[in-house]
Design a protein around this ligand. Structure first.
Ligand SMILES: [Zn+2]
Length: 488
C-alpha cells in the first residue's frame, strides 16, 4: 500500500495470499482489462511527472515547496487534474488510477530508503516512466464489487466483471462464506501471456500444533545434486534430489533463446519464440515453487522446531565462480526456503531456528566433535581426523544443524532480508561459514551416486519424477501458447 501505514491484523487472524489463474468470460473483457492496465500506467506516469517537475523546480529555486510523496495527496491532485489530462477516465475503475499512484509512492520511498541506507537489499533506482512494452500489466482493486462467486469457479472484479478461474477457488471461498476470511484486495496481472488474480486476505486461523511438537529436525540446503538433506528426529537422513526437469527445461530454453535471436524483432516467428520461452520459464518456476512448498509444508506440520542454516544466498549468486554455478544458485531457489518455513512454522505452531552463519556445520564431525579445517568445496566425503570415520558431508551438516544449541534467533523479522536477497556483511568466499554455500563444482552437471555411510538410514525423494503425473504444466504446446499470448 502506498500509505506506508500497516493495516493492523486482528488477533487470531493471519494475512494470506491466494493466487488463481483466470481467463476472460466475454469477448469485450480483454479490451477492458488492457484499458485498466493502461489507466494504472497512465496515473503512475502522470504522478511521476508531477514529482519530477517538482524536484526540477526545487533545484533551480529552493523556495518551491516539496511535493508530498503521499498517496492521499497525490490522489487528490489526480482527481483535480483528471478531467483535463484524461477526459476518458470514466472508462476504468478509479481503483486503477489509485493503484498506479500507490505503486509510485512505494517506489519513491523504496528509492529514498535505499539511498539513506534504511532498506536492506540492493540499490534501487529512481522510478522510471512506464512504457507498455516494458511494464507488465497489473491493476489492484481494494474496494468495489470484488468477490468470489459461490460456484467456486469465478471471481468478480469492478468494471472488468466476471473472470473464470482455471482452478477451483474452494480454499478461499469456503472461508469467505463462513466469514473466516476477509478479502483486502485483488490484483489482476498479466505474466507471460496469462492472467492471474492474486487475492490478499486475512484469515481467521485456529491455533495449531505440529504432530511432533517436542522434536526437531535440521535441513541442509545445497545447489548440487542433493537439493536438501534433512536430518530427522529419529536420525534418518532424507535426501531430496535437485528436481531434474529444471536441467531439462534449461536445455530447451537455450535452444529456444538461440532460435529467437535469429528471428526479426516484431515478426510472427519472434513472437512465437517469445511465447515458447515464457512457457519454459513458467514451467521451471512452477517446478521450483512446488518443491519448496512440499518440503516446507511437510516439515513444518511435523516438527516443533526446524533448524536451518543462515545462508547468504545473495552473495552466493553474486560472487562465486562460474556463471553456471551462479545460475544453479538462482535456479535452486534456496533463498525462498527460509522465508517460507518462517511463516509456515508459525502457522503450524512450531518454530524456525536459524543457526549462526559462522557455525561450521560441514566441518565438524557430528558425534565426536572432530574438526577438519581444510575441507574443500569438492569433498563430499571426508575422514574425521579424530575418530577416522568416513563422514558424509551433507548428512553430517544436517545432523549438526538438528542438534544446534546456539542462540535461537526468532525468525520474525530476519526473513525479510533473505526475501529481498540483501545482507549487509559480505561473506568471505572460502570462509568457514557452514560450508553449504559452496556446492561441489560441476555437481549439477555430473550427478554421481552418493557413497553410503555406515549407520545412516537413507530415504531418497525425487520431487521431479514424483510430480510428473500431477504437474499442472503439461509441457509446452506452441500453438496454444502463441494463441494465448495474442488473445488479448
Ligand atoms: Zn569423528
Amino acid at each position: 500500500m502506498g500509505t506506508r501505514q500497516r493495516f493492523a491484523i486482528p488477533d487470531g487472524w493471519v494475512a494470506r495470499g491466494f493466487r488463481f489463474e483466470v481467463e476472460p468470460t466475454s469477448a469485450e473483457q480483454p479490451g477492458r482489462i488492457a484499458q485498466s492496465f493502461g489507466s494504472r500506467r497512465f496515473a503512475y506516469n502522470w504522478a511521476l511527472a508531477q514529482v519530477k517537475a517538482n524536484l526540477d523546480a526545487r533545484t533551480t529555486d529552493p523556495a518551491v515547496p516539496l511535493l508530498a510523496w503521499n498517496f492521499y495527496e497525490l490522489r487528490r491532485a489526480w482527481n483535480q487534474a483528471k478531467d483535463a489530462v484524461a477526459p476518458w477516465w470514466r472508462c476504468s475503475s478509479k481503483e486503477a488510477y489509485a493503484s498506479g499512484i500507490a505503486d509510485l509512492v512505494v517506489a519513491l520511498h523504496n528509492w529514498s530508503d535505499a539511498k539513506a541506507g534504511r532498506r536492506a537489499g540492493g540499490r534501487v533506482g529512481f522510478p522510471r516512466f512506464k512504457a507498455r512494452h516494458r511494464d507488465h500489466g497489473r491493476v489492484r482493486f481494494t474496494t468495489g464489487a470484488m468477490r468470489l462467486e459461490p460456484d467456486r469457479r469465478h471471481l468478480v472484479l469492478p468494471v472488468i466483471g466476471r473472470l473464470r478461474s482455471k482452478e477451483n477457488t474452494r480454499r478461499l471461498q469456503r472461508l469467505a462464506a463462513k466469514d473466516r476470511a476477509r478479502v483486502l484486495s485483488m490484483t489482476l496481472s498479466e505474466q507471460g501471456g496469462r492472467l492471474f488474480v492474486a487475492v490478499q486476505a486475512i484469515v481467521c486461523q485456529q491455533p495449531q500444533t505440529p504432530s511432533q511438537p517436542q522434536t526437531r529436525c535440521g535441513i541442509d540446503l545445497g545447489v548440487g545434486n542433493e537439493w536438501a538433506v534433512v536430518a530427522h528426529h529419529d536420525d534418518t537422513i532424507e535426501r531430496i534430489a535437485h528436481p531434474a526437469p529444471w536441467v531439462h527445461t534449461h536445455t530447451q530454453r537455450r535452444r529456444v533463446a538461440r532460435q529467437r535471436s535469429r528471428r526479426i524483432v516484431g515478426s510472427r516467428g519472434h513472437r512465437q519464440a517469445n511465447a515458447k520461452l515464457a512457457a519454459l520459464d513458467r514451467r521451471a518456476a512452477n517446478l521450483r515453487t512446488q518443491s519448496i512448498h512440499t518440503l516446507t509444508t511437510r516439515l513444518s506440520s511435523r516438527y516443533g522446531t526446524v533448524i536451518i542454516e543462515d545462508l547468504d544466498v545473495a552473495a552466493m549468486g553474486r560472487g562465486m565462480g562460474r556463471r553456471a554455478f551462479r545460475r544453479t544458485v538462482a535456479q535452486a531457489g534456496i533463498g525462498r526456503v527460509r522465508p517460507t518455513l518462517a511463516y509456515k512454522t508459525a502457522w503450524a505452531g512450531g518454530q524456525l531456528a536459524v543457526a549462526d552463519r559462522w557455525f561450521a556445520s560441514s566441518k565438524t564431525h557430528h558425534g565426536c566433535g572432530g574438526y577438519l579445517a581444510d575441507l574443500t568445496l569438492s569433498q563430499r566425503v571426508w575422514a574425521c581426523p579424530w575418530c577416522e570415520q568416513t563422514v558424509d558431508r551433507n548428512a553430517n551438516a544436517a545432523r549438526n544443524l538438528r542438534d544446534w544449541t546456539g542462540p535461537v534467533a526468532a525468525d520474525s523479522d530476519g526473513d525479510r532480508d533473505v526475501q529481498r536477497g540483501g545482507v549487509a556483511a559480505p561473506v568471505p568466499l572460502v570462509g568457514d561459514h557452514g560450508g553449504q554455500a559452496h556446492a561441489p563444482r560441476g555437481a549439477c552437471e555430473a550427478p554421481q551416486d552418493h557413497p553410503r555411510v555406515a549407520g545412516a538410514t537413507d530415504i531418497r525423494t525425487d520431487p521431479g519424477s514424483r510430480s510428473k503425473g500431477r504437474n499442472p504444466e503439461q509441457g509446452y504446446q506452441p500453438a496454444s501458447a502463441h494463441k494465448r499470448s495474442l488473445s488479448w
